[in-house]
Design a protein around this ligand. Structure first.
Ligand SMILES: CC(C)(COP(=O)(O)OP(=O)(O)OC[C@H]1O[C@@H](n2cnc3c(N)ncnc32)[C@H](O)[C@@H]1OP(=O)(O)O)[C@@H](O)C(=O)NCCC(=O)NCCS
Length: 248
């Protein structure tokens, strides 16, 4: 497919179109408070790490977000248990504090709903790697949301993340894509994203009754949502998988 991939810094006119592109994210994921507060700011603070992919007609068909942050500093060093949330907070704390980044984290790759399954994600991932390398970084990391994990929400992520096929590649298609372009599955981020809400909010986000205590299977969730009717709330803690891409 004829695809043009650049940074948003190079084509700022695509900024509003980023949010109009039809995607397949489950509604409740967008309620993560860290994501809600940081997400819009990524495009204004780090446009040179946001990639936009357009087709031959100039229409946006995929986007990829990254953020630079410092990993090799006191108190950090290891890819964090609180994956996605933590790395976003680190990136914005570093920006505010003037700390030099040494690593880029991928935050999201999204392909337009009408262009799924055509290999675009591989090209966006390769472009994220190339962009980080061109800016002098030697490592890209990614708190990956495995795309087929929702089919078995009760399986521990530690077991799922390292499951491989006969050819040695990961069982999960999205982890497989990362490994094919040069990534290594490193560790689980057990609490990568946390979404808490009242039962009324969870009903609105999912259309499910949320009227009984215990784990609830929610379409698109990678682990069960915990429902506490007597407390009038439910909590979802999403596990992700850290993948490291050396860029040498
Ligand atoms: C994850 C995502 C970016 C993949 O994009 P894509 O362009 O559709 O994927 P590709 O066509 O490159 O396929 C990648 C792999 O997934 C497989 N795949 C694609 N769609 C699939 C589906 N519906 N079911 C199972 N496997 C699928 C492909 O076969 C391929 O694996 P293979 O090469 O080993 O066969 C896309 O599904 C998406 O935008 N999802 C919503 C946002 C999201 O979850 N992003 C990832 C977290 S940041």
């Amino acid at each position: 497919m004829d695809l043009t991939i650049t940074t948003l810094a190079e084509r700022p006119e695509l900024r509003d179109e980023l949010w109009r592109m039809p995607d397949t994210w489950p509604a409740f994921v967008l309620e993560d408070p860290v994501g809600s507060s940081c997400y819009l700011r990524i495009v204004t603070s780090f446009p040179e790490y946001v990639l936009v992919a357009t087709d031959a007609s100039g229409r946006l068909v995929a986007r990829a977000f990254g953020v630079p942050f410092a990993l090799d500093v006191d108190g950090r060093g290891t890819l964090p248990d609180r994956g996605w949330d933590r790395v976003l907070l680190w990136a914005f704390a570093d920006l505010a504090g003037g700390r030099s980044p040494d690593t880029v984290s991928a935050i999201e790759v999204t392909v337009s709903a009408d262009h799924l399954g055509r290999g675009l994600s591989t090209r966006l991932l390769a472009a994220l790697r190339d962009n980080a390398r061109a800016r002098g970084f030697t490592t890209l990391v990614a708190p990956v949301r495995p795309t087929a994990k929702h089919l078995e929400p009760h399986t521990p992520m530690a077991e799922y993340a390292f499951r491989t096929r006969a050819d040695g590649l990961p069982h999960d298609p999205w982890l497989r894509t990362h490994v094919r372009v040069g990534g290594t599955v490193e560790r689980v981020a057990p609490a990568s994203m946390t979404v808490g809400g009242s039962l009324a909010e969870w009903r609105a986000w999912t259309g499910l009754p949320f009227d009984a205590p215990g784990p609830v299977e929610v379409p698109g969730a990678l682990a069960p949502v915990r429902c506490f009717p007597e407390q009038d709330h439910a909590v979802y803690v999403e596990p992700n998988v850290w993948v490291r891409h050396p860029l040498g």
